[in-house]
Design a protein around this ligand. Sequence first.
Ligand code: NA7
Length: 546
Amino acid sequence: MTTKQSNQAVNYDAVVVGAGFSGLYMLHRLREAGFSTRVFEAGEGVGGTWYWNRYPGARCDSESIYYNYTFSEDLYKEWTWSSRYPEQPEILQYLNFVADKFKLRTDIQFKTRITASHYDEENNKWRIQLDDGTNVSAKYFITGVGCLSAANLPNFDGLESFKGEWYHTGHWPHEEVDFKGKRVGIIGTGSSGVQAIPVLAAEAGHLTVFQRTPQYSAPARNHPYDPEYIRQSKENFNEIKKQMRESQGGQPLVPPTKSALEVAPEERNQVYENAWANGGLGIFSAYYDITINEAANETAAEFIRSKIREIVKNPETAEKLLPSYYYGTKRPIIDTNYYESFNRGNVSLVDVKKAPIVEITPKGLKTTEGEYELDAIVFATGFDGMTGPLLKIDIRGRDGVSLKEKWAGGAHTRSYLGIANAGFPNFFMITGPESPSVLSNMPVSIEQHVEWIGDCIEYLSKSGIETIEAKVEAEEEWSKHCREVAESTLFTKTDSWYTGANIPGKPRGFQIYLGGVGAYRQKCDDVAAKGYEGFALMSSSRTALL
Ligand code: NA7
């Protein structure tokens, strides 16, 4: 294993940031093609999101047989998932299995954060600074930093004075945290909070949930897999893989063809009842217009509200839990006993939209209405999504211009296909802003980017091309297209981390491409087939070939 010292002045063909789903496959893909590649990972192990998000109840909301790599049929057939929605430890186990199978660890340096990466135009190299004070360089700089890895810890006064323990769901300790009998407060009711609340409630002496925005959630109805179902999925590997890659959302689902408004209310209600009984995200995908038409959206929203009123026994609590934003325009959630938790005697709900949090005190947490004494606080307050993880690294392209500067001014990030940036030669982002990323089944989108980037680097190498860089016009056109697609939906009408609204001061703009995984793949393939249309290909760092 290479030590940290051995990095002094080392040069690689490619440096990849992060050893999650993206970094692991990127390393494998480039190494197989014969490129010297080094991955740097801040954690002590592989896993990325699944390494850090170890909070109680953490699990995936994509069905497990689709939430894995499909680049290797052997791998798909060797691994067997235990249940429909796997828990975090099982996904982490899977990624460790992948790292072992493809012998990836020898080219990963753990416990090392990349702090800066600057393009050296004269030598056409990325100069990469590590947090141990050493440097490396690479021809290609590739980020696999994930979309949700920069934790958002709200800037509450007094946190340092708190006498108890506090945790963020996205940076959970590796040791078991004992909440038994304790007075626990949890801030946030997004996917992480909704997953953690029932588990914490079962353990804590008392759990106080501090809710700013009530959420729509549907039961996951997780269950162990029938071995026959697993056998069939393995047998149908090629068909499943094809369907996932050509689909809208990265899962082999038949896209809805009906409007929620063209069917009789009784029929629609039955469809929603069936989806509720089956568990998962069936309501979200029941009709094609749920995220584009207000009236269609309201049918799904009101159905879930009716379920909340039915489940939660205390009418006052039920009322506080009723969401009112457009269903699905914040990440739709699936849960195990979320609303049911509020029927427990040891769970209380505090509306912090009505009475905001003022400060954290030595004894607990103060809102405008009173103080809550707590032994532990869990921040389930989310992430600076999409751009956050990229901007934590000081990335500078031509003329020393930083990515932060490039993305600061406007109301929107700009990128070409969510993969590349004008002014940043030989820099690729895996699932960057303006790609389908988080609004798709992530492993499918990750594989598509990794394969596209891998093919591109092989093409450049074979063709004697030294530099690839997105053209400004291509970038502007792509960003405009992304905005137009987003603006034709209800997504842009809600404050969410998708739009950057959860981070004070962050420029607002929809950060994800909503055109669908299949159509997006086609676009990327067309760009490559046309000799990397929209990119300038150069024989040196300045001389354009095409
Ligand atoms: P989310 O979905 O961003 O949820 C964060 C939650 O924290 C949400 O309920 C926020 O309320 C709440 N929040 C954030 N800041 C505050 C402050 N200052 N005061 C009170 N409440 C606050 O993050 P998750 O980790 O749950 O999920 C992230 C993604 O991971 C998820 O979408 C999946 O893709 C997987 P708000 O809604 O902003 O009013």
